[in-house]
Design a protein around this ligand. Structure first.
Ligand SMILES: Nc1ncnc2c1ncn2[C@@H]1O[C@H](COP(=O)(O)OP(=O)(O)OP(=O)(O)O)[C@@H](O)[C@H]1O
Ligand SMILES: [Mg+2]
Length: 371
């Protein structure tokens, strides 16, 4: 991936009537990046995509592709293509002709050897054998591949994909995710990928923009978004998280938060939180370890641990790759904890609900979110 800019949005806003569905937004997407836009239904993802493609005009702001302002350019003159959830293939045309049609629309002169371009696109989506078939002779996943071949056959710099796998079943979705990622690497096209599936965004993206209510809340790598969520919404939307209302305290001896049902919990100091401020405490369930036989007083080198929160087991659920536990602390707070089923379980999984357990975590894993 290079650091040149594929798409630059500056102050882009969209208002329908009196409702602003995209708040003033700045975003830079790099060349050859797999960039995902992730957010719940109605948060403005499609509207944002439609402004980039030119189907929708921004109410305010500037959109640049490869450094060129495109406000005045119609969609077909923009160096991009798109793939939507409902991809319409022509039913009367073969796979080959469906893909070739795209080249005709874009102008014969630009593609002097259309057959070669089509063959390359078919090879990329591994559909060479199906070139002569009609869409109704293909499975859903195969049709999706044809649509993808059509979106890339003209080798645009940018492809925008709006929930392209939404119609596929779970297994096919997983396969296509891997395929899409492979293709994107092979062709070196910038992908802007819209999804409301956080797992999909985490596994596929170089970077993710998390949107809520017309705003981008955080733009970062999957790892950073997961480990260092910017606020409570992001922490709760990406992955599983224990999110607890808390009040922040800081003394020369160190920082802590007061949580109902947990008491004071030591945390690393947070520069932008003030004493007495209402905050959220976020702890990932896989960072909470449980012990059935007494407080966990292991102190690992360099990591300070919260050693012994006394609790009772509510339930233990086996999910194949992991165990998922819910506990209630003696003070009444509910916490989730997970443990990989490959790890030794210290008798936890055979405990009856109501049994005493002790929870512990590293201080660094208890994150304070100030908004
Ligand atoms: N042409 C329009 N006129 C008025 N309101 C619109 C129009 N298009 C979209 N909206 C509204 O803008 C908001 C954002 O819609 P958008 O389609 O961008 O959401 P989304 O994030 O793509 O959601 P989903 O995940 O359900 O596809 C919604 O509240 C929607 O009702
Ligand atoms: Mg949408």
């Amino acid at each position: 991936m290079t650091d040149t800019t594929a798409i630059q949005l500056t102050g882009v806003t969209k208002t329908f009537g009196t409702t602003t569905v995209v708040q003033p937004l700045d975003l830079r997407i790099r060349d050859n990046e797999f960039f995902s836009i992730l957010g719940p239904s109605g948060c403005g993802k499609t509207t944002l995509m439609r402004m980039i493609t030119g189907f929708e005009t921004p109410t305010a702001g500037r959109i640049e592709l490869a450094g060129q302002s495109v406000e005045k350019l119609p969609t077909r003159k923009r160096d991009l293509n798109m793939l939507f959830q409902s991809y319409a293939l022509f039913p009367h045309l073969s796979v080959r002709d469906n893909i070739g049609f795209e080249l005709k629309v874009r102008g014969r002169k630009k593609f002097p050897r259309p057959d070669e371009s089509i063959a390359e696109a078919l090879a990329l989506v591994r559909m060479e054998k199906f070139a002569g078939r009609k869409p109704n002779e293909l499975s859903g996943g195969q049709r999706q591949r044809v649509a993808l071949a059509r979106a890339i056959v003209s080798r645009p710099s940018v492809v925008l994909l709006d929930e392209p796998l939404g119609a596929l079943d779970q297994q096919l979705r997983k396969e296509m995710q891997t395929e899409l990622k492979r293709m994107q690497r092979e062709v070196g096209i910038t992908f802007v990928y819209v999804t409301h599936d956080q797992e999909e965004a985490l596994t596929m993206s170089d970077r993710i923009a998390v949107m809520s209510d017309g705003r981008v809340l955080q733009v970062d790598t999957p790892r950073a978004i997961y480990d260092e969520p910017a606020n409570r919404f992001v922490a709760g939307f990406i992955g599983n998280c224990n999110l607890l209302d808390a009040v922040y305290h800081s003394t020369p001896a160190g920082a802590s938060v007061e949580v109902a049902g947990l008491g004071p919990v030591p945390v690393n100091p947070v520069p932008d939180a003030g004493a007495g401020q209402a905050v959220s405490l976020a702890i990932r369930p896989e960072r909470v370890s449980l012990s059935a036989d007494g407080p966990d007083i292991r102190v690992e080198a360099g990591t300070e641990r919260v050693g012994a929160v006394s609790a009772r087991l509510l339930d233990a659920v086996f999910l194949g790759d992991e165990w998922r536990y819910r506990i209630r602390t003696d003070g009444g707070a509910e916490l989730k904890a997970t443990r990989s089923s490959g790890e030794p379980d210290d008798g936890l999984s055979t405990l009856a609900p109501g049994s005493p357990v002790w929870a512990s975590w590293a201080v660094a894993d208890a994150r304070v979110l100030s908004s």
